[in-house]
Ligand binder design. Structure first.
Ligand code: AMP
Length: 538
C-alpha cells in the first residue's frame, strides 16, 4: 500500500524559489574578484538566477549538459548554482588549484561546452584552450568595463545577463537526475567525478542545517571559506538558501587579513573551512591583537583539527569548534562533533580532547569499521578499522568509471582508518596510505602532528612514515617554524616525550620553510615520503 502524499520531486531550484519568496530581504555579501564588496538580497539573487537560466538556454545548453565553472565564492557563482542545476543542466565546479593537465583532463572528461570563469583564470584558459576541443563558450564573470583583452573570444556575464528577461519557469525534474559534478583530487591516477543528484543535494542540505548539525537558520550569518569548487562549499550555498541565512562569500580573499575584515564587518557567526585557512586567520589575529567578536562556531574539516586550534578559537575568541569529517563522495557531510549534553558535562580539558574526534554521524549517514576481509570491528574506541559509509547522499559509483572496487555492497570504503567508540564518536586515525607501519604496529601520523602543532614555535608540521631497515617504517617529523620563533630538535622531542608513547616518538625532526599541499589544502604526504625516503637508510 502506498502513502497518499504528494510526489513532489526534490529539486535545487526549490531552494532559490523558497529564499526569494520567504526570505526576500535577507542579504548575500560577496567580495568581487575584480575588487570591491557587492551586496544584494535573495530576491535579487533569484531574479538574476532566472536571467542566467535564460542565458544558458540561448547558448543551447540542454538538460544533462555539463556546464563548468572556474570560480571563487561569489554571488555570481551562487547564481549559477541555481541557474545551471535548476534548469536541468549539470553544474561542474572545477578546482582552479589543480595542475593545468588535470584541469584539461577534467574539462574534456566532463565534455563541458560552456565555461564560466573569474577574471583571474583567463590566462590559464588562454594557455590550455587549444587542448579543449569541446569548449565553445567562455564567459567571464565580471562587469563589462573590466572585461580583459584576450586572444580568445570571451563573453561577458553581466552583459549576457542584462540582455535576458527575468522570466523563467523552473522545469520539474526527476529528483534522481544529475545536478552537479565535482572531481576528487586523488593523489594517484586521474581525478574521479562524483555526480550529485537533486535528491541527494536536497536531503543533504536538510540534514546539515539541523540544530545538531550545522545549526543554520534565518538568524545565522554564515561565511563559507571552503571554496564553492570543493564539494559545493560543503553544501552551504543550498543550506543558506533553504533557511534564508545571511551568506557572506569571501571571493579570492582567503588570507587572514581579508577573512578577518569580512568576518568583522559582516558580523559572521558561523565560519566553515579547512585547518590551513584557520592557521592563517589565527596567526593574523595573534599578530594584530584582534578578536573574532561575532563568531560563535567554526566548522573545521577536510583535515584533522588539532587541539591547539580548538583551544585557541575557544579561549581567545569564544568560538566553539565543530570538528567535521566527510569527503567529496559524501556531498560531503559525514560526521560532526557538536555540543550536546554529554560534551557539556565534561571538564574543559576533557571537552577539548573529545573535540579532536571527528564526531558522530549526522542523521542519514551510517558508518562502520571493518578489517582487511570486510568483517565489522567493535565500537570500543580502540580497535582500528577501515571506515565505510552508507547513505542517500553518498556516491554509488564514479562518473564514467567502471571500477567499483571502493564499494562493498551498499558500503563505500572511504580509504580512511578510524576508531568508533561506544557513544558513536568516530576518530580518524589516518588515511590508510598514511598510517605509519612500525614493527608490525600502526602509528597515527595525525595524532603525532596534532600534538606537535601545540608547541608555541610551530606554525605547521607533518609526520610521515619513512622506510627503516629494522622497523619497516619510522616517523619523521617535519616542522615549519612560526616567523621570529625558534625551537631545536631536542626541544621538540622533549615537548612530545610526555605526550605520546615512546615507540610513537619521531626518529628524526627536520625544519623546513614550507610543506607541500594538495589543491584542497591537505598535506601532500606522498611527495614528502618520496623526498625523505632515504633519511633512515643513508
Ligand atoms: P575530500 O574528498 O578532498 O574532501 O577529502 C576527503 C578526505 O579528507 C577524507 O577521506 C579524510 O581523509 C580527510 N578528512 C576530511 N575531514 C577530516 C577530518 N576532520 N580529520 C581528518 N581527515 C579528514
Amino acid at each position: 500500500m502506498h502513502g497518499l502524499m504528494m510526489d513532489t520531486q526534490l529539486s535545487i531550484s526549490s531552494f532559490i524559489q523558497h529564499a526569494e519568496t520567504v526570505h526576500r530581504n535577507a542579504e548575500i555579501v560577496s567580495r568581487k574578484p575584480e575588487g570591491g564588496i557587492f551586496r544584494y538580497t535573495y530576491a535579487e539573487a533569484g531574479k538574476r538566477s532566472r536571467q542566467a537560466a535564460n542565458v544558458l538556454k540561448k547558448l543551447g545548453v540542454k538538460a544533462g549538459d555539463r556546464v563548468a565553472t572556474l570560480a571563487w565564492n561569489t554571488h555570481r557563482h551562487f547564481e549559477l548554482y541555481f541557474a545551471v542545476s535548476g534548469s536541468g543542466a549539470v553544474l561542474h565546479t572545477v578546482n582552479p588549484r589543480l595542475f593545468p593537465e588535470q584541469i584539461i583532463f577534467i574539462l574534456n572528461h566532463a565534455e563541458d561546452a560552456v565555461l564560466f570563469l573569474d577574471i583571474q583564470f583567463v590566462p590559464l584558459i588562454e594557455k590550455i584552450k587549444s587542448q579543449l576541443p569541446l569548449l565553445k563558450h567562455i564567459i567571464v564573470m565580471v562587469d563589462k568595463d573590466k572585461m580583459p583583452q584576450s586572444s580568445l573570444s570571451l563573453q561577458c556575464y553581466e552583459e549576457l545577463l542584462a540582455a535576458e528577461s527575468d522570466r523563467f519557469e523552473w522545469p520539474v525534474l526527476d529528483e534522481q537526475s544529475a545536478s552537479s559534478l565535482c572531481y576528487t583530487s586523488g593523489t594517484t591516477g586521474h581525478p574521479k567525478g562524483v555526480m550529485y543528484s537533486h535528491r541527494s543535494t536536497v536531503v543533504h542540505a536538510l540534514a546539515s542545517v539541523a540544530g545538531d548539525a550545522l545549526g543554520i537558520s534565518s538568524s545565522s550569518v554564515v561565511l563559507p571559506v571552503v571554496p564553492m569548487f570543493h564539494v559545493n562549499a560543503w553544501g552551504v550555498p543550498y543550506a543558506a538558501a533553504a533557511t534564508g541565512a545571511k551568506l557572506v562569500l569571501p571571493g579570492a580573499g582567503m588570507d587572514g587579513a581579508s577573512i578577518f575584515e569580512l568576518v568583522d564587518n559582516e558580523k559572521a557567526q558561523l565560519l566553515l573551512g579547512v585547518p590551513t585557512v584557520w592557521l592563517a586567520l589565527l596567526q593574523f589575529c595573534e599578530k594584530e591583537k584582534k578578536k573574532l567578536h561575532s563568531v560563535e562556531k567554526v566548522v573545521i574539516g577536510g583535515s584533522a583539527a588539532p587541539m591547539s586550534m580548538i583551544r585557541e578559537f575557544q579561549e581567545k575568541h569564544d568560538a566553539f569548534v565543530i570538528h567535521a569529517w566527510g569527503m567529496t563522495e559524501m556531498s560531503p557531510m559525514g560526521t560532526l562533533n557538536t555540543m550536546n549534553p554529554y560534551m557539556a558535562s565534561l571538564s574543559q580539558e576533557e571537552r577539548y580532547k573529545l573535540q579532536t574526534k571527528q564526531g558522530r554521524p549526522i542523521y542519514g549517514v551510517k558508518i562502520r569499521i571493518v578489517d582487511a576481509n570486510g568483517n565489522e570491528m567493535p565500537h570500543d574506541g580502540k580497535t582500528f578499522g577501515r571506515l565505510q559509509v552508507s547513505g542517500p547522499w553518498i556516491a554509488k559509483s564514479y562518473y564514467k568509471v567502471e571500477d567499483r572496487s571502493a564499494w562493498q555492497g551498499d558500503w563505500f570504503d572511504t580509504g580512511d582508518v578510524a576508531t568508533i567508540d561506544a557513544q558513536g564518536y568516530m576518530n580518524i586515525v589516518d588515511r590508510a596510505k598514511d598510517v605509519i607501519k612500525s614493527g608490525g604496529e600502526w602509528i597515527s601520523s595525525i595524532d603525532v602532528e596534532n600534538i606537535a602543532i601545540g608547541h608555541p614555535a610551530v606554525a605547521e608540521c607533518a609526520v610521515v612514515g619513512v622506510p627503516h631497515p629494522k622497523w619497516d617504517e619510522r616517523p619523521l617529523l617535519l616542522v615549519v617554524k612560526k616567523p621570529g620563533q625558534d625551537v631545536t630538535k631536542e626541544e621538540m622531542l622533549a615537548y612530545l616525550s610526555d605526550k605520546i608513547v615512546k615507540w610513537w616518538m619521531p626518529d628524526e625532526v627536520l625544519f623546513v620553510t614550507d610543506l607541500p599541499h594538495t589543491p584542497t589544502g591537505k598535506l601532500l604526504k606522498r611527495d614528502l615520503r618520496e623526498t625523505y625516503k632515504s633519511v633512515f637508510s643513508s
